[in-house]
Design a protein around this ligand. Structure first.
Ligand SMILES: Nc1ncnc2c1ncn2[C@@H]1O[C@H](COP(=O)(O)OP(=O)(O)OP(=O)(O)O)[C@@H](O)[C@H]1O
Ligand SMILES: [Mg+2]
Length: 524
């Protein structure tokens, strides 16, 4: 166990860490913080939800002084929502130190950003497109930057940001510290590293499997046309606290969100064609729980940290294994458990096996929930809700009528009727989604790690460290970590997103970057 006290951090930074409820450092934090504090370049890889943001954030803020009026650190992220989220976390970590952070992303009024820049932030967190825009307008000058972080570096590369990043880094002095972080490091990341990093230290906390260990993964074989029915049954059966459902295209996301709403679920969609306002609203609603199901393209696959996401459903399989790892990593974070299910059409089974090979994890098959199971699941939830009211509710004003009714009707009959009413009959709307073509299996070497380096062996081999929020047996060795549940203001609403900042690519209706890329590109 590594405590934050061991890193010789300033008391104000320790205070912020304590306030965030972090009790001990996660493995990637334990390994990277001391290295990053020396100023050395580094490549950091660790499973989703294991605290990479603080792993680079803590050393970064330690280098900056409150009285500084120059931009000293630049963090780049692939999506707007991620830029906003990282900015919030850095803000929280530097709160007592009194540093100024500013997210800079597309879709937001540039005049407003220029005004905010006048307040002399020391840390800028941005998406490449908008950053470049400011650089060209000379509203952002990077000549005093001494730390650069590329969060989700492989994704930015994949999205075609290489040139933008090159152009941005040309503005930053060579005498700087550069760090790359991601849960996945395909071999082509080496190209980026060679160009931008000097003798980087590789810090990898990836045990046997790349995906996070606390995620219960399964696949359900289901024909394209039955996917929607399968999804409603799953949602009924499991009643997720919060769920993210990934669809392949923007059209798919729109149709699916609408279909779910029609059936009476509290759902909304997120993709790069929405206005920034719409995106902000959807994310805020999801974070505060006013919608339970977020339907999204891969725009929500990377970095998004929403507490309470108990389920991820791949309504459509992703093209890339990396995307699979990141999508399912929206659950099972910070020591919590989660479930991730993937719908696989019969023709996509080979593609699933490919994902299994690359991620080095066998994904077990799960039967499609039956209608009976779905109904039973819904009823169970109704019964639970009812019993909660029995225990907590002020029921006196209902009792008179209840007694009267019981005199006339059978109690089982009455209770059943109440449950029926509460459960709500499923609305029998016919749902027709435009079918998506099956994904074809790709071929490449099973290597999702950086340069095929041997992963460091961490503890129990399950990513391991302690987390406290489970019963006594939940101690060491399952990838979690300790923190209490008071993430101050974690719901504060942001949106990262948007792939709207990236250059238009000929990817048809796929929101997600990667228009079909050539098989070779994985290896180069
Ligand atoms: N030492 C810690 N103890 C407890 N919780 C922590 C600790 N460090 C970070 N966290 C929390 O864990 C969650 C996940 O962290 P973060 O988003 O940085 O993960 P990540 O590794 O970047 O994941 P991803 O690969 O999905 O981007 C956040 O809510 C964060 O506040
Ligand atoms: Mg992250």
């Amino acid at each position: 166990m590594t405590t934050f006290a061991e890193f010789n951090l300033e008391p104000k930074v320790i205070q912020a860490i304590t306030e965030l409820g972090f009790e001990e450092a996660t493995p990637i934090q334990a390994k990277s913080i001391p290295i990053a504090l020396t100023g050395s370049d580094m490549i950091g890889q660790a499973q989703t939800g294991t605290g990479k943001t603080a792993a680079f954030g803590i050393p970064l803020i330690s280098k900056i002084s409150k009285t500084d009026e120059k931009i000293r650190a630049l963090i780049m992220a692939p999506t707007r929502e991620l830029a906003i989220q990282v900015a919030e976390e850095i803000e929280k970590l530097s709160r007592f130190k009194g540093l100024r952070t500013l997210p800079i992303y597309g879709g937001q009024d540039i005049v407003r950003q220029i005004r905010a820049l006048k307040k002399k932030p020391q840390i800028i967190i941005g998406t490449p497109g908008r950053l470049l825009d400011h650089i060209n307008r000379k509203t952002i000058k990077l000549e005093d930057v001494n730390t650069v972080v590329l969060d989700e570096a492989d994704e930015m590369l994949d999205m075609g940001f290489m040139e933008d990043i090159q152009a941005i880094l040309k503005q930053v002095p060579d005498e700087r510290q550069t760090m790359l972080f991601s849960a996945t490091m395909p071999t082509n990341i080496q190209k980026l590293a060679q160009q931008f990093l000097k003798n980087p230290e590789h810090v990898s906390v990836i045990p046997k499997q790349v995906s996070a260990p606390l995620i219960d993964q399964a696949y359900i074989e289901v024909p394209e046309r039955q996917k929607f029915e399968a999804l409603s049954r799953l949602l009924d059966m499991e009643s997720p606290e919060l769920a993210i459902v990934f669809g392949r295209t923007k059209r798919r996301v729109d149709e699916l969100a609408e279909a779910l709403q029609k059936r009476g679920y509290s759902a909304d969609g997120l993709h790069g064609d929405l206005s920034q306002n719409q995106r902000d609203t959807v994310m805020r609603k999801f974070r505060d729980g006013s919608i339970d199901v977020l339907v999204a393209t891969d725009v929500a696959a990377r970095g998004l940290d929403v507490s309470g996401v108990t389920h991820v459903v791949n309504f459509d399989l992703p093209q890339d294994p990396e995307s699979y790892v990141h999508r399912i990593g929206r659950t099972g974070r910070a020591g919590k458990e989660g479930a991730a299910w993937s719908f696989v059409t019969p023709r996509e089974i080979d593609h699933l096996h490919f994902i299994e090979r690359v991620t080095r994890h066998r994904i077990p098959r799960k039967p499609l929930p039956t209608l009976a199971e779905a109904i039973e699941g819904k009823q169970r939830i109704t019964a639970e809700r009812l019993l909660e009211v029995v225990e907590n509710g002020e029921l006196n004003e209902y009792k008179g009528l209840a007694i009267q009714m019981l005199e006339q009707y059978d109690s089982v009959q009455l209770l059943s009727a109440a449950m029926k009413l509460l459960t709500g009959e499923k609305r029998e709307t016919t749902i027709e989604l435009t079918p998506e073509d099956p994904i074809r299996a790709k071929r490449r070497k099973p290597d999702i790690r950086s340069g095929g380096r041997k992963p460091s062996n961490f503890g129990s081999g399950r990513g391991g460290y302690n987390r406290d929020n489970r019963s006594s047996s939940g101690g060491a060795g399952r990838g979690g970590y300790n923190r209490d549940s008071n993430r101050s203001g974690g719901g504060g609403g942001y949106n990262r997103d948007n792939r709207g900042d990236r250059k238009p690519r000929p990817s048809g209706s796929t929101d997600t970057r990667r228009a079909p890329r050539s098989e070779d590109s994985f290896e180069s």
